[in-house]
Design a protein around this ligand. Structure first.
Ligand code: AMP
Length: 630
């Protein structure tokens, strides 16, 4: 069976130039594709000769066309590439039809492969470099998104149920940002220098500018961190300390994107409005300032990189150097000294959040009601009114006051301990409850910009497509984490995500529908049941899974890119059930490119197992982001 020929044809093969000085040549070879191998043979006088090479199908990582070189003879008009572990093969078909046949056959055979690439090189590798990006290493990461990747990896039968432990997953995945809930993440930090574990046989390395999860911050100045591959180690606070020392200033926004920063400063709209942020891309601090000078009436944002002298002094403009960033900012608050204006109004993204290091109730999840002061109403939802409150007179928290009869309280309290452990930067944190008196309080992280749906409707027009993509990325990141914990959200939608002061989007209300007592809401026949976000297996058989969350995520992406439109707005629920069951899907919103529509469309595959997993979507978003940054 494995040996049965899938496709066989005489094609032109380019020499692989394995050595630098080996000449380029093109040979006619008989290519034979089976389920196990792509092999090529000599071919003489109509006869198959000896085998000249073979690539195992499971080692293939990408198959795609290649852009033609400037001058190409007619015999080499239809090239394609086979990227595999350890090599790169260029093959020429005789015509477009033949090339498409090979691409289709190879894509079909490789779709189960675990290491498919999400980027590739569209130019040839010739004379030691890629024509598309000039990279000189043959194994250099691709420079162009491989659009086929999302279709291949997302319709693969190999999207099997998750293996037992998250640790195992890290080894398999290209973007392993998952942690089990009991190994809570305090924060992300960036290494300020290179450092290698020298004791024992650990292979842990800190690489300057790389990101690490902070698992524990000990008073001794020794932090437990984890790299993205899941290796843990203790490291000195100093190696990550710079991040912390400026974090307490209200002008410091941490990791935000350039677009987020510009949006925040435009929103403030005052001459000299400024913030300091860290670029994850450049690994640098950036001071951004809003000014209407000299001529722009709408105002523009200028970005200044914080540079360092060899003596470790910081400066924005060379004549003014300081021992620390706070000193530098202080100086420029008083003097423009080469900047477009002096720094006048700090734009703070900092709500006084409960420190990530502290558990709100010192590990006791029943909080003291008298330590909570209700400030103002933020909104109301299924469970009741939500208030902004202060905990211990200091920290901002959101308090959900559960109205009587709305929640199956015992069931919730049983489960909520687990939910509290979901300490992940893209999930709204549940800090604890006050359950001794009615109404029960659910105390959660306060998100200053409220619900994502309202945010999209009121501020959506100010957002650029890259920022909309960033919102999807944040949500996908949170969902990949929940998926890795085998936790199903069940009600993912823009209305259940919240927007932080720095415009990060976090997922909220995970798993909460299980505690709703209102039958109209819970039953798929009920009038409040949210059919429009539900996968067919949910509205037909109430069968929830991470894959039904993926369906909802596709709808959420659609909400994001329509800036908060109601899905299927012309149809009522019964019509949606009928239409979706017949294969009807939401249209492509104007702001959505083909490739992004392809992602959401894949989320709406009728069969749950053919939908992508969140971790696969995440790696795709990651590639798109990189592309946008480039
Ligand atoms: P919910 O009951 O979760 O649907 O919340 C109702 C409304 O309260 C939301 O639409 C938000 O406007 C607001 N809200 C809920 N939770 C928070 C929070 N953690 N931070 C800020 N606003 C919130």
């Amino acid at each position: 069976m494995e040996k049965k020929t899938v496709l066989e044809e005489l094609l032109l093969k380019k020499s692989q130039q394995k050595k630098k000085i080996s000449p380029i040549n093109y040979k006619k070879r008989l290519f034979v594709l089976t389920k196990a191998n792509l092999s090529y043979y000599e071919y003489n006088k109509g006869k198959k000769g000896s085998k000249r090479g073979s690539i195992e199908i499971e080692k293939i990582r990408c198959v795609e066309t290649v852009n033609l070189e400037e001058t190409t003879p007619p015999a080499r008009q239809y090239p394609f590439q086979v990227v595999y572990k350890g090599g790169l093969l260029y093959v020429y078909a005789a015509n477009e039809e033949s090339r498409e046949r090979w691409l289709a056959a190879l894509h079909k055979e490789i779709k189960d492969n675990s290491d498919l690439l999400n980027k590739y090189h569209k130019g040839f590798f010739i004379n030691g470099k890629f024509l598309c990006c000039n990279q000189t290493c043959k194994a250099a990461p691709g420079c162009t998104i491989w659009e086929k990747y999302v279709t291949l990896c997302c319709t693969t039968e190999s999207v099997k149920p998750l293996p037992p432990g998250p640790e195992k997953l890290w080894k398999h995945r290209s973007l392993p940002q998952v942690l089990s809930p009991d190994k809570s993440v305090l924060n992300m930090a960036v290494a300020q220098c290179n450092w290698e574990e020298t004791e024992g046989n650990s292979a842990f390395r800190l690489v300057r500018s790389n990101k690490y999860y902070v698992l524990q911050e000990e008073d001794s100045g020794w932090w437990q961190v984890r790299d993205l591959e899941g290796e843990n180690s203790g490291v000195s606070e100093q190696t990550l300390a710079e991040e912390q020392s400026i974090a307490k200033h209200d002008w410091y926004a941490g990791y935000v994107s350039r677009v987020q920063c510009e949006q925040l400063l435009h929103q403030k709209g005052k001459e000299g409005a400024f913030m300091v942020w860290k670029s994850s891309q450049a690994g640098m601090y950036i001071v951004s300032v809003f000014s209407k000078l000299p001529e722009s009436r709408k105002g523009t944002v200028k970005h200044y990189h914080v540079h360092k002298t060899p003596q470790n002094k910081y400066y924005l403009t060379e004549n003014y150097c300081f021992g620390s960033i706070p000193k530098l900012i202080h100086y420029h608050q008083l003097n423009s000294a080469g900047m477009v204006t002096r720094l006048r109004h700090a734009v703070s993204t900092q709500v006084n959040k409960v420190p990530t290091t502290a558990s709100l109730g010192n590990g006791i999840w029943e909080l003291k009601r008298e330590e909570i002061v209700l400030m103002r109403e933020l909104g109301s939802g299924q469970f009741g009114v939500v208030h902004l409150g202060k905990w211990k007179g200091k920290y901002d928290v959101a308090i959900k006051m559960i109205k009587e009869g709305a929640m199956s309280e015992d069931k919730f309290i049983e489960e909520a301990q687990t939910m509290m452990k979901f300490n992940y930067p893209k999930l709204v944190r549940l800090y604890g409850v006050c359950s001794k008196l009615y109404p029960i309080y659910l105390v959660t992280e306060y998100m200053a910009n409220g619900c994502l749906l309202s945010y999209l409707r009121s501020h959506g027009k100010e957002l650029q497509p890259i920022q909309l993509l960033e919102i999807c990325y944040d949500v996908c990141d949170a969902m990949a984490f929940l998926e890795s914990c085998q936790f199903i959200h069940r009600d993912l939608a823009a209305r259940n995500c919240l927007v932080d002061s720095n415009l990060t989007v976090k997922v909220s209300d995970f798993g909460m529908t299980r505690y709703v007592l209102d039958d109209l809401y819970v039953s798929s026949l009920g009038t409040k049941f949210l059919v429009k976000w539900s996968a067919p297996e949910v509205f037909h058989y109430a069968k929830f899974s991470s894959k039904s969350d993926v369906w909802s995520f596709g709808i959420l992406m659609w909400e994001v890119f329509t800036l908060g439109k109601q899905p299927y707005e012309l149809y009522d629920d019964m019509q949606v059930i009928e239409k979706v069951s017949q294969g009807y899907r939401l249209y492509r919103p104007q702001l959505v490119s083909d490739i992004i529509y392809q992602i959401m469309y894949n989320c709406w595959h009728e069969l749950p197992e053919k939908r992508p997993a969140f971790y696969q979507l995440l790696s795709f978003f990651e590639a798109l982001r990189e592309d946008n940054r480039a």
